[in-house]
Design a protein around this ligand. Structure first.
Ligand code: GCU
Length: 669
């Protein structure tokens, strides 16, 4: 039986699946051939389009040859895997063939993305399959509202989509709608709770697994597997054992039993996500054991059921003494994990943040990626904009992620190919009517999914797709206005990451944010803190010397050519200069400008670019819908205020430190 399309609660934005996006399926005859639960999802989608826009959908369980405009069939070759499909148009008929049911669903969304073009002319047969098998969102959602972090840690889009009033939501229609949006951009896994596992959330693993099972049930029809963040101390917290030592037989037995019970409730459970020995979370170090011992403990419990443990590599000393110049937080993940290469079980995936620090607006690619050839790594990016404007500022991160994915750590293989364990994003979605706080932040979620499917693709293509799907011409009131709308949105989003970078921390130096919540500027906010994030500005210069010759040696963690490129200020790319080197203010960049003048110029430019973007948004008032427009307009006011604050604090700070005036005589305080 066709699965009905989820009904959005009143006032919730349809995001990139507005009904109008399905108009091209209307008025056509569609044949669906095959059976299984996800085929019913596909049927529901087509039936909904026909109900709205006319047309007919027919099911067949054997061959059938009547004239159809669209055929969706479960007959594709095995090489396509469970998620791949082919698409061809010939003699007036568009055919999508998949081997697995998920492939058929992805094929349908492919047709939706093509729109009229799927039916207008012949297309040669093309095979599509995801480059990465795991395309996952990690929700940093808490069940209970945390006194400091709120419900969603680093969440800027309201409360949790999954949890409310201390329980899994009773009504999961919106979770179904969320799963549908995720499937439409290719995401196939979701971890439903925060990596910092607090007391209440620890119980999701055992006595509260039924709640997780209900959420899993809502996501399953869209091909999404559910994962859970667990605490390494679970045997003690939940099982009353005296220890959580990974080599202790009773601990191993406890995990095996707990995991078997999880699979009794959730047959297709994806596995565990673990933040261990990181920022105060418990881990194997307490027992003198390694991270491989810890990860393998959970991997062994999951293996009989086909699950995976995602073991995070965000392990560093967060109680460092700022006076100590020998400890470099950027080195930590590589130093901890590379000696363990080859020791991890096959179903253990090391989940590595894309940069060595913490999701700054600009970081080099983590040297750990590519340095563990015998280990499955997943790369983690942050869709939630913790350090990139918290969804009050527009900052489309597709370009940044694409640069990471296309980076070649050894000068040869791209990160997107090395990430055999998958691509993971910290989710930016919540129960906000626009899903993501700023309506334009939806573009990050969409682009993430598409890049996880095809990491070497041009990210701007996915940005255009998001715009085209979300803002259909009819929504904009006609074709001409639609073109203006799409051009304007492209303009405000395309360069927004570079704009954000211009008015915040310069040249890769990072942080300079207000401690704790991380919003807004505070140049010295973390300078004398234990967190290991310093810029070392003095009257002569700024930046962190991470060279091998005179610094922390971090640059030496890279393979060639990068170890050499980063080692010297002469070859280091401008945008990373202060990440790798401490240089005088009059150091001349490859661009020909001095560091100090670059800093002034970019900060003035960044604010001008925000002013311009705000005007463009204002000009779209009639075209994007009143609620969306009002939300965006209010956020643009805040972005402009924030950008000016950043500009003035950064410029004044460095003017006062250096005494060097702006060559163009602009106002600095
Ligand atoms: C950042 C963030 C934390 C989060 C941590 C992590 O440090 O500020 O809120 O818990 O990353 O990735 O584990």
């Amino acid at each position: 039986m066709a699965l009905p399309v989820p009904v959005l609660p009143e006032g919730v934005d349809p995001a990139w699946l507005p009904p109008a996006a399905f108009r091209p399926l209307g008025g056509r005859r569609t044949l669906i051939r095959g059976s299984g639960p996800l085929v019913e999802t596909v049927h529901g989608e087509v039936a909904e389009a026909c109900a709205r826009f006319g047309g007919e959908v027919v099911r067949a369980f054997g061959p059938g040859e009547s004239p159809y405009d669209l055929v969706l069939e479960l007959t594709g070759p095995e090489e396509l895997g469970d998620e791949g499909f082919t698409c061809v148009r010939r003699q007036g008929r568009t055919t999508v063939a998949a081997h697995g049911q998920a492939g058929l669903l992805y094929g349908l969304f492919h047709v939706v993305r093509l729109g009229e073009k799927a039916f207008s002319h012949d297309r040669p047969k093309q095979a599509h399959r995801p480059a990465l098998g795991l395309r996952m969102l990690d929700h940093w959602d808490n069940v209970a509202v945390h006194p400091v972090m709120g419900q969603v840690e680093r969440g800027y889009a309201g409360g949790s989509l999954f949890w409310a009033d201390g329980l899994a939501r009773g009504e999961l229609e919106r979770v179904r709608a969320y799963g549908r949006l995720l499937a439409a951009c290719g995401i196939n896994a979701v971890a439903v709770n925060n990596v910092n596992v607090h007391e209440t959330e620890a119980h999701l693993l055992t006595d509260r697994i039924g709640e997780v099972a209900r959420i899993a049930g809502a996501l399953r029809p869209y091909g999404i597997r559910t994962h859970l963040s667990v605490t390494f101390a679970a045997p003690m917290v939940l099982g009353a054992l005296p220890s959580a030592d990974p080599l202790d037989a009773s601990v191993r037995a406890w995990w095996a039993e707990a995991t078997a019970r999880v699979y009794e409730e959730i047959e297709d459970f994806g596995g565990y996500v673990v933040k261990a020995d990181s920022e105060g979370q418990p881990g194997p170090f307490a027992y003198g054991r390694s991270h491989a011992d810890g990860a393998n403990l959970l991997a062994a419990a999951l293996a009989p059921h086909g699950g995976t443990v995602h073991w995070r590599c965000f392990v560093y000393d967060h109680r460092q003494d700022w006076r100590d110049r020998t400890t470099d937080r950027a080195r930590a993940a590589y130093d901890h994990f590379t000696p363990l290469d080859g020791e991890f079980a096959d179903n253990a995936v090391l989940q590595v943040k894309h940069g060595p620090l913490d999701f700054q607006v600009r970081e080099p690619v983590s040297p750990l990626i590519g340095a563990m050839p015998r280990t499955r790594l997943a790369v983690e990016v942050q869709a939630t904009q913790e350090y990139t404007g918290q969804q009050r500022h527009v900052c489309w991160l597709g370009r940044m992620w694409s640069e990471v994915l296309r980076f070649r750590p050894d000068g040869d293989t791209e990160v997107g190919a090395l990430a055999r364990g998958g691509l993971v994003a910290v989710s930016n979605a919540g129960d906000d009517p626009f899903w993501t706080g700023h309506p334009l932040a939806q573009a990050n979620l969409y682009t993430f999914g598409r890049l996880a499917w095809q990491p070497d693709a041009d990210p701007y293509r996915f940005l255009s797709e998001w715009i085209e799907l979300t803002f259909t011409p009819e929504a904009a009131g006609g074709a001409g206005e639609g073109a203006r709308l799409r051009a304007s949105l492209g303009e405000v989003l395309t360069g927004s990451w570079q704009t954000y970078e211009k008015y915040t921390a310069p040249l890769g130096v990072g942080f300079m944010v207000q401690p704790g919540h991380h919003y807004g500027p505070s140049v010295d906010g973390y300078e004398y803190s234990p967190w290991g994030t310093y810029h070392f500005a003095d009257r002569d210069g700024v930046g962190v010397d991470r060279s091998v010759a005179t610094g922390t040696g971090y640059a030496g963690q890279y393979a060639k050519p990068w170890a050499e490129v980063y080692e010297s200020p002469g070859t280091c790319p401008d945008e990373l200069l202060l990440f790798f080197h401490h240089v005088p203010y009059d150091h001349v960049l490859h661009s020909g400008k001095t560091v100090i003048q670059h800093l002034y110029d970019t900060h003035f430019e960044g604010v001008e670019e925000v002013e311009r973007a705000r005007e463009v948004w204002a000009s779209l008032e009639d075209l994007v819908g009143p609620a969306r427009h009002a939300r965006g307009a209010e956020r643009y006011e805040e972005q402009l205020r924030g950008a000016r604050e950043w500009r003035d604090q950064i410029n004044s700070y460095f003017f006062r430190k250096s005494g060097v005036p702006d060559a163009r005589g602009r106002r600095i305080y």
